[in-house]
Design a protein around this ligand. Sequence first.
Ligand SMILES: [Fe+2]
Length: 216
Amino acid sequence: MFRHQAVQEVFPTPLWIADLDEAIGEPLNRRLLKTIHELIEPREPLGTGGSWQTDPTLHERAEFADFMTVVLKTAKGALEFLDLDYEGFECTACWANINPTGGKNSSHTHPNNYLSGVYYVAVPEGAGNIEFADPRAQAGVIMPPTGKWNKFTGNKVAVPVMPGRLVIFPSWLSHSVPANTSADERVSISFNIMFTHYTETMSGTLWKKGSARIRD
Ligand SMILES: [Fe+2]
């Protein structure tokens, strides 16, 4: 009856996941953990579900230079995957998060950046997820029940995390971290990536370059 049938996936949302070799990740995490603990002291009292965060300037500190090398290398790979024309990019903010027992992060985005990411320094048992919400708000208007949610029907994706894992995602993609149910602290480092001199080099009218918004 049909000469051909196919399902085409349109407008997919990429998540880049990179795991460091243990030989690199373990010593790096030991050093990062020590530095983060020093930075976070003295600890402010937390409300229910609260977490500690450092200043968002870790990318400017010498102690995080080798970590930033990992971040920028991974971000460059993500930008190359997207096949974009750009002159440069930079980390615009970087901060550490400590989620104690019960600590969580509500759903949010990272405005004024192109890519964002998080690297995991310490992940106790029972504290190993980051959740991404379906950005297609209308897709949730009707959700027929199914015992088998998949990438076409589900409205949330939980990515398992572990020490040494770096996850990069579009900054507009809403994400959250469920409460840490373990007795130990979950420690991660978040960062933002933006094009350098975006206004001067990239914000010109797209139609001047042709039909730039049409996909292949
Ligand atoms: Fe975030």
